[in-house]
Design a protein around this ligand. Sequence first.
Ligand code: HAM
Length: 433
Amino acid sequence: MPTKSQPKIKRSFQTAKGMRDILPEDQAYWEKIRKVIRNLTRTYGFKRIDTPILEDKDLFVKGIGAYTDIVEKEMYTLRTKGGEKLALRPEFTPAIMRAYLENGLSSLPHPVMLYSLGPIFRYERAQKGRYRQSYQANFEIIGENDPILDAKLIQLFFSISKEIGLKEIITQINSIGCSRCRPAYRRKVVSFYRSRKKQLCVDCQRRLQQNPLRLLDCKESKCMQIAAQAPQTIDYLCEDCNGHFKNVLEYLDELEIPYILNPYLVRGLDYYTKTVFEFWPEEEEGRQIALGGGGRYDNLIKLLGGKDTPSVGFAMGLDRMINLMKAREIKVASKNRPLIFLVQLGELSKKRSLGLFEELRRAGLETASSFSRDTIKSQLRIANKRQARLALILGQKEALDETIIIRDMVSGSQEVVPLAKVVKEVKKRLKNN
Ligand code: HAM
């Protein structure tokens, strides 16, 4: 009988809701996308930065905004034994800005271009494509106002997508103005919605007080119908924001990047100014599974205690990119190097094969073995299953004679060679094939 100090043992455990394992069979997709990102970020001039998963909770409250869904509903927060209030990062941007300020990166030549890869945590309603632990690739260009950078980031998203075989993606884009033009627009939105308050969903009725622009992208159908008549930001932009947006669109035209203007796109984070954008698979528009999103955030660094530092960035949802690759049946080429399978029998051979395995690996040969299997037959069966090109058989006799058998797994022919020459002999055979 379990006592108080001995909790009843659960029969089986499962991942926490909204969390999932990434199994070996899926790793090739993750490898592929990470590799493409690593290569392209180098070409574009980004440097990698890794920040902790846990940060001061208030960093996100202040950075993202107290009345956003992420802060109000979705953050995983905890109090440490020492009394600190921390949060699992629900996104990267405020954390990167903290690191930029804390580590004196502001003294580097600008723009400072940083990218990160890693998990984020949001307590969201779990469903396919929406997880409580998901993975982002995040890109920030800090310290430049030039609209060409907004377009360059969008171009980067498309370059990555193309390299992994994803086409038919569309950019939704909008400008939500700056601290000069937005207050007047905000007032217009509030007065438009005030007379329609009763027709709104409960969330929007509350948002009307705290975060009225979010009413525009509510996905409730009754709210969407009302939003269709609401004033549009684009009509209230100041000259600077208007010019900036026009330039971004011209650059996208020049790059032949597909986009549509979405006047209701405001994004769920408070730090954005001017350009905001999201990327959607063409066929899944409206299903709330954007592949990525971002925009300008010219005031965030100042808000977090730094100098006025206009910046722009975006994040790509890796889980969703991979889901789409699978849905569209995009193959990731597995490494097609010929496999050498090491077969051994008896104690002495087992010992010899340890060093031999290392020697073959160092010579750049893809080697596998099954040290725990006993018979040569069962080991050869595994070699066959793994489509090994050659098997190297080290029996008791061979171990004593310092020789080894090379078996061609396709033709079945075998040859005994001196152990000291095995690497050379293997390479010769692979070359001849
Ligand atoms: P976000 O739109 O919140 O932006 O997230 C970017 C992308 O991350 C989403 O479009 C989606 O693909 C993926 N994502 C977010 N939450 C989940 C989830 N629960 N499950 C699966 N995928 C998810 C940001 O996070 C901003 N920090 C982007 C940014 C960087 N803006 C400026 N710089």
